[in-house]
Design a protein around this ligand. Structure first.
Ligand code: PLP
Length: 396
C-alpha cells in the first residue's frame, strides 16, 4: 500500500550536514545545524547536567512508567522559570501543563488541542518562522496564515506591517510568537513592542501561542521571559511551548513543556485532562530521563546557580562571537553594514545575503549554511572567524 506515497527529498539541513562531512577542506566551517557548539566545535554536556545525571543514577530505582503528565516537579519548576516564582497565574491555579517530548512534542500536542477546541482556528506565524512550525501546526489540521516579521533589506523587524496583519486576527485565532531569540532571524520584539502585542490581543481577542526554545540565550533568563510573563499576567488565555534542548543541552533526551494559561481554575482542570488525553492518543507518556534531570537541577539551589551561570556563559560567548564577526568583516573591508548582528539575539541570524552568495560561500569557501542565509552563530570560533569574514567579504 505504501508505494502510492510520493518520494520526499531529505530535509535540506540534513543534506547540508552530509555535504559538510564529505568536504575534505580542512578550513571548512559549519554554520548550519542548530545546536550550540563550544570553541572546539563540540556540543558538550553541561556540568550541571552531568552532576544531575550522577544524582539520578543513584536515586532512580525503577524504570516503571511515569505519570501521563510527566514529572510534576519538572512541570512546576519549569513554570516558575518561565512565569516567575510568584506568578499570579500560578497562584490562581490557572495553568495546565504536561512534560512533552521536546519543544516539537509540545508544539504538536498543543496544536492538536487547539484543533480539538476550534477546528476553524487560524494560526498566524511570523514570516519567516522556524521551518518546522509549518508542519507541526498544519499536521494537526490547523489553517496557517502569516504575519510580516522581518525585512531582509533593512535587517530589522517590520513591526507596523506585523501590527496591521494582527489586527485582522480575532477570537478563536492563534498568533504564534517566538518568546525570545527568534529563529531564524535573531530579531526579537522589544519590550515596548510586546506591550503593543498585548494591547492587540486584548482588543482583538486572539490567543497568543508562545514558543520558547532559547530562554536565557538572549538577554538573560528573566529578561527573555518579559513577553511570556506580560501576556500570561494580562490575558485570560495563553498557550506556551517550551524546550530544554538548547538551554540545558538536552537535545537527544527530548524535554519540553506544553502549558496553557486558562481563564480560571475550573477551565484549567478541563484543559489538563484534555491535553493529557491528546498526549495519551499519540505517545501515551513522555520519556522520563531528561525531565528528571531538569527537575533535579531546578530543585537544588546550588545546581540551579551553576546551570544559570553556564547559561550566562553561553549567552555571553555568543554575543562576543557576533561582535568578533562584525569587527572582522569591517577589518576585511566589508562595504555592507553588518552591525545588525550585534543587536540580534540568540543562536541565529540572517546574514541578509542572496541565495547565490550563500551557494558561493559553500562552493568556493566550504562555509555551510542554509539558503535563507541563516547562520548558527555558535558555529563561529576564534580559529575560523577570520576565514569566515574573508569568505563573506569576497562574495559580497
Ligand atoms: C523556534 C524553535 N522552537 C522549538 C524548537 C524545538 O526543539 P526541540 O524539539 O528539539 O526541543 C526549536 C528547535 O530548534 C526551535 O528552534
Amino acid at each position: 500500500m505504501f508505494e502510492v506515497l510520493p518520494y520526499l527529498e531529505p530535509d535540506p539541513i540534513l543534506g547540508l550536514s552530509a555535504a559538510y562531512k564529505e568536504d575534505s577542506n580542512a578550513a571548512k566551517i559549519d554554520l548550519g545545524v542548530g545546536v550550540y557548539k563550544d570553541e572546539h566545535g563540540n556540543t558538550p554536556i553541561m556540568t550541571s547536567v552531568a552532576k544531575a545525571q550522577k544524582i539520578l543514577l543513584e536515586r532512580e530505582n525503577t524504570k516503571s512508567y511515569i505519570t501521563p503528565q510527566g514529572h510534576q516537579g519538572y512541570i512546576d519548576n519549569m513554570l516558575s522559570l518561565l512565569l516567575g516564582e510568584k506568578s499570579p497565574v500560578l497562584m490562581a491555579d490557572r495553568v495546565a501543563g504536561v512534560q512533552a517530548p521536546g519543544g516539537c512534542g509540545a508544539l504538536r500536542i498543543l496544536a492538536e488541542l487547539i484543533a480539538r477546541s476550534n477546528e476553524q482556528a487560524r494560526v498566524f506565524v511570523s514570516d519567516p518562522t522556524w521551518a518546522n512550525h509549518i508542519p507541526l501546526m498544519s499536521s494537526a489540521g490547523l489553517q496557517l496564515e502569516t504575519y510580516p516579521y522581518f525585512d531582509k533589506e533593512k535587517a530589522g523587524i517590520r513591526f507596523d506591517a506585523m501590527v496591521d496583519t494582527l489586527k485582522t486576527a480575532g477570537k478563536g485565532d492563534i498568533v504564534l510568537l517566538h518568546g525570545c531569540c527568534h529563529n531564524p532571524t535573531g530579531a526579537d520584539l522589544t519590550n515596548e513592542q510586546w506591550d503593543v502585542v498585548l494591547e492587540l490581543a486584548q482588543e482583538r481577542g486572539f490567543t497568543p501561542f508562545i514558543d520558547v526554545a532559547y530562554l536565557g540565550f538572549g538577554d538573560g533568563l528573566d529578561e527573555d521571559a518579559y513577553g511570556i510573563r506580560l501576556l500570561a499576567e494580562n490575558l485570560p488565555e495563553v498557550v506556551i511551548a517550551a524546550s530544554c534542548s538548547k538551554n540545558f543541552g538536552l537535545y537527544r533526551e527530548r524535554v519540553g513543556l506544553a502549558a496553557i494559561i486558562t481563564e480560571d481554575a475550573k477551565t484549567r482542570d478541563i484543559v489538563q485532562g484534555q491535553i493529557q488525553s491528546v498526549a495519551r492518543g499519540s505517545y501515551s507518556m513522555p520519556p522520563s530521563y531528561g525531565g528528571a534531570l531538569v527537575d533535579i537541577i531546578l530543585s537544588d539551589t546550588s545546581l540551579k546557580k551553576e546551570w544559570m551561570s553556564e547559561v550566562n556563559s553561553i549567552r555571553n560567548r555568543m554575543q562576543s562571537l557576533r561582535t568578533m564577526l562584525v569587527d572582522k568583516l569591517e577589518e576585511n573591508g566589508a562595504q555592507q553594514d553588518f552591525s545588525f548582528l550585534n543587536t540580534q539575539k540568540g543562536m541565529f541570524s540572517f546574514l541578509c545575503i542572496t541565495p547565490e552568495q550563500v551557494r558561493e560561500m559553500r562552493d568556493k569557501h566550504s562555509v555551510y549554511f542554509v539558503g535563507s542565509s541563516r547562520i548558527n552563530v555558535a558555529g563561529i570560533n576564534q580559529q575560523n572567524v577570520d576565514t569566515l569574514a574573508r569568505a563573506l567579504v569576497s562574495v559580497l
